[in-house]
Design a protein around this ligand. Structure first.
Ligand code: GDP
Length: 437
């Protein structure tokens, strides 16, 4: 996945929101705090984080919940929109003949990205060519040539010649019959003035349609300085953030894009030539937030809230009858796999012991429980202790089930009753939890 760490912590924050009973100021503040922490840990600029937090809080509490949307969905939508706002628009590099100049520091992934770009256009049916104007880093020529040969992409370079501008001039003539020409340039270990001069000289000769700044996803706040310096000298049309696969924090590069008012064109998500993705802010954020999962969790929670409420009062006073259990099972069944639901609720987090068996109630079993309970008297439902061996026989006969089925149901009830008693330990608000169920 892309930006695993940030994604996971953002998703945790939203899951907490889904689980919370009411959406009020406290809940919003809590979620915002979690999101702040997640973003700051991923190197997103503090100022951006603070601005975004302010917007989320204001909007979540002031904006009216659109009709057809639950308060939860409303808040999640605001978080989603504000995250997209940080990133802004993306740069669209069109599928047409053009010259693209690559810019960036050494090690940022420029050479790899040049080959990836050639591959990208090649897959779209355009004929790409690559010019190697990195005369600074030993090995750059061979690296790029090998990559291009493998991809069957035209390549121009002059190994050992330090005259980058001359190489570009001759290269452009050589590959003029190709559609998309990618010019890979040299970097330096840090921002140095001779690098800026070199970029300006190459820029003057190549007259590129697009100038893509390559930023390493792992760099922190110095990303902004780089973006600003290159933007002031040759102007940046778009940014490629590399190495967003795996553990890269990514927030430094994302902040640089926002601060310098530039935008992202592509992201690098691996080392092979195919690991380049066109950047689409909404898709990127949806993925980061696990929107698919979050959406279905919301739906389940909302559906369940609409269900007939359980006799919370009787459970609070320690009674958990077969009738209660039946209602509870029914609403849980509507929500889907029980284990997943239990994990959504605060029970697991509170350390409540839920027997593994309690998760195993499938639709079939529930159906059998229903049939069994239909053969019970009201008295038996409210006081299952009355059910001895003769009653078991009668219930089994009446329902067309076996005595073992009845005993299994009673055992299950006992297990749930014990679990319920455990929950009443007062560690959390039982009423709130049952409402959620
Ligand atoms: P340059 O000095 O800017 O030309 O950097 P290179 O293209 O040589 O890349 C430096 C290192 O980063 C190489 O080991 C690449 O394989 C690696 N790299 C580049 N892009 C990515 C990416 O998107 N994901 C990963 N995991 N590695 C990358």
């Amino acid at each position: 996945m892309v930006m695993d760490k940030l994604g996971n912590s953002l998703q945790d924050a939203l899951k907490k929101l889904v689980k919370s009973g009411r959406i009020d100021e406290r809940t919003v503040n809590e979620v915002v705090k979690d999101i702040q922490r997640a973003l700051l840990q991923s190197d997103v600029n503090v100022k951006l984080v603070m601005e975004m937090s302010k917007h989320i809080k204001e909007r979540a509490l002031k904006e009216e919940v659109p009709s057809g949307m639950s308060p939860r969905e409303h808040v999640i939508r605001i978080v989603y929109q504000e995250l997209i706002n940080i990133i802004g628009e993306s740069t669209d590099v069109p599928l047409k003949p053009q010259t693209i100049m690559m810019i960036g520091l050494q090690g940022s992934g420029k050479t790899t990205t040049s080959a990836k770009l050639a591959r990208y256009f090649q897959r779209k049916g355009l004929k790409p060519a690559v010019i190697c104007a990195d005369t600074f880093r030993p090995g750059a020529y061979q690296q790029l040539k090998t990559l291009c040969d493998k991809l069957n992409v035209a390549f121009y370079g002059e190994e050992g010649n330090p005259d980058a501008v001359g190489i570009v001039e001759r290269g452009l003539k050589e590959v003029q019959k190709y559609d998309v020409i990618v010019v890979d340039t040299a970097g330096r270990h840090s921002l140095e003035s001779d690098l800026i001069v070199e970029m300006e000289n190459i820029h003057a000769v190549a007259k590129p349609d697009y100038k893509l700044l390559v930023l390493d996803g792992a760099i922190g706040q110095q990303a902004s300085e780089q973006a600003r310096a290159f933007n002031e000298s040759v102007g940046i049309s778009g940014v490629v953030i590399t190495k967003l696969d795996g553990t890269a924090k990514g927030g430094g590069a994302l902040s640089a894009v926002s601060e310098t008012n530039s935008s992202i064109a592509f992201i690098g998500v691996g080392e092979t030539p195919n690991d380049l993705e066109r950047f689409e802010p909404d898709r990127f954020i949806s993925r980061l937030l696990g929107m698919g999962d979050i959406k279905s969790l919301i739906e389940k929670a909302e559906e369940a809230l609409g269900d007939e409420e359980l006799d919370v009062q009787s459970m609070m006073t320690g009674r958990f009858t077969l009738k209660d259990m039946y209602k509870q099972l029914e609403s849980l069944n509507k929500m889907g796999p029980m284990k997943q639901i239990m994990q959504m609720l605060p029970l697991g987090g509170m350390g409540a012991k839920i027997p593994e068996d309690a998760y195993q109630v499938t639709g079939d079993k529930l159906q059998r429980y229903r049939v069994l309970m239909d053969s019970m008297t009201e008295e038996e439902m409210l006081n299952p202790r009355l059910i001895g061996s003769s009653r078991i026989k009668r219930i089994a006969m009446g329902s067309g089930c076996t005595g073992d089925d009845v005993r299994e149901l009673l055992k299950y009830h006992k297990m749930m009753q014990t679990a319920m008693k455990g929950f009443r330990g007062g560690k959390f608000n039982m009423q709130k939890m049952m409402k959620k169920m």
